[in-house]
Write a protein that binds this ligand. Sequence first.
Ligand SMILES: *[C@@H]1O[C@H](CO)[C@@H](O)[C@H](O)[C@H]1NC(C)=O
Ligand SMILES: *[C@@H]1O[C@H](CO)[C@@H](O)[C@H](O)[C@H]1NC(C)=O
Ligand SMILES: *[C@@H]1O[C@H](CO)[C@@H](O)[C@H](O)[C@H]1NC(C)=O
Ligand SMILES: *[C@@H]1O[C@H](CO)[C@@H](O)[C@H](O)[C@H]1NC(C)=O
Length: 212
Amino acid sequence: MQPVNQVWMSRTALVVLLGLLIAISDCSKLIKRPPAKIKSCADRPEELLEQLYGRLAAGMLSAYHHTLQLQPLDKENISCPAGRATVDGKHHLPVNINSISPWAYRITYNQSRYPKYIPEAYCLCKGCLIGPYGEENTSFRSTPVYMPTVILRRTSMCAGGRSVYVEDYITIPVGCTCVPEQKNPEHDSINSSLEKEKFKLPINKGEKPLPN
Ligand SMILES: *[C@@H]1O[C@H](CO)[C@@H](O)[C@H](O)[C@H]1NC(C)=O
Ligand SMILES: *[C@@H]1O[C@H](CO)[C@@H](O)[C@H](O)[C@H]1NC(C)=O
Ligand SMILES: *[C@@H]1O[C@H](CO)[C@@H](O)[C@H](O)[C@H]1NC(C)=O
Ligand SMILES: *[C@@H]1O[C@H](CO)[C@@H](O)[C@H](O)[C@H]1NC(C)=O
């Protein structure tokens, strides 16, 4: 009985081993396959990515707009929350109110640009709330932080019965930060290199006319 059992066992072992080998070879096939697929997969044309990105960017702004509208603080008449520091309460406040240079948002609307609605931050205090109880100190200054962005601006030109839009690079305030008050007011100007740059490009003349 014993030899038969041994033979059976070794056969079983062989079958298991074969199975394993097949499995391993299958695995290695599986592992090898993806790179071949990646190689044969062409990238999307730049124009399509550009369109997709444009749609997402516009969607992001409207989502942001929506979020801000839901924020109850936005509807209030917000003034500089100086000297209101209560350590417990502050933890529940959003970062823009909790900041030593607090800010709020307003939605700017312009019919002649796309997107029509753009949220902009504005500083609530002149100085910074750095006192022990959050008192305002005017040795420091709340100042907006700008982010460059691009919009489409409607021109008075018309092509094919539709308004012509041009690209316009603008900077929008996205929050406020605290800086030491400067002695020379010349540096205060937002006029510097960040000032919006006119880089006009007639978009409607291409193969992709914009609706409306
Ligand atoms: C708050 O609103 C009142 C009336 O609506 C107005 O008189 C006051 O100037 C506002 N305060 C601020 C800081 O905007
Ligand atoms: C909208 O944008 C145009 C073009 O820059 C500008 O002339 C106009 O004053 C803006 N309107 C408002 C309400 O901001
Ligand atoms: C403002 O901050 C400066 C620097 O920390 C300090 O010397 C000054 O006393 C502060 N002023 C007030 C009014 O708290
Ligand atoms: C800012 O720009 C305006 C118009 O371009 C100019 O009149 C003014 O002098 C500038 N201010 C500074 C501080 O450069």
